[in-house]
Design a protein around this ligand. Sequence first.
Ligand code: GDP
Length: 198
Amino acid sequence: MKITSAEFIISNSDVSKCPKDPLPEYAFIGRSNVGKSSLINMLTNHKNLAKTSGKPGKTQLINHFKINLNWFLVDLPGYGYARVSKKTKEVFQEFITDYFEKREQLVCAFVLIDIRLEAQKIDLEFITYLGEIEVPFCIIFTKADKISKTKIDSHIAAYRKALLANNWEEMPQHFVTSALESTGRDKVLGFIDEVNEQ
Ligand code: GDP
């Protein structure tokens, strides 16, 4: 997919105020600092479409970007490090669970995972939650430039094992990306293209 336009539309914390356009939408979510903003900027070929962090307290809202006038990229708030023992419903503000449970235009969520780290409880709980509410999702492993190619394979294998131990029958569709080296860009955009054409 060639990105011909990427335009910020609206930020809000109320699902009922999200754009009414019946366009398919793809949500990006993950732990704070996972590289979500960098990935969104890399995918859309924009230096600053999503704000890269570094600062605590950056906007915690649902951000809609219209891409190529025919789909929405939705940048959701990063979730925290500390409150791992709480259930997804308690970790997320209600408007985020509302978004996943009510947004009819949502066709796929991309759950971002830092490829360097062991499977984190909070991510596994979130993935379980998506399964329970039957939201289709893919995993995007980020920051692949930070480890060697052989380690990439072994880390994915370890992640698969962690998911299987959490009652998943198979590894979900996944992508390996690096915002620094633009790795995985064609595959992620190609996937979105394919789903949009279905
Ligand atoms: P966010 O909080 O999930 O939006 O994460 P950011 O996109 O702001 O990135 C967090 C930090 O990780 C920043 O210092 C980025 O420069 C760095 N980062 C993000 N993606 C990559 C990547 O693909 N490779 C490397 N080496 N660093 C990355």
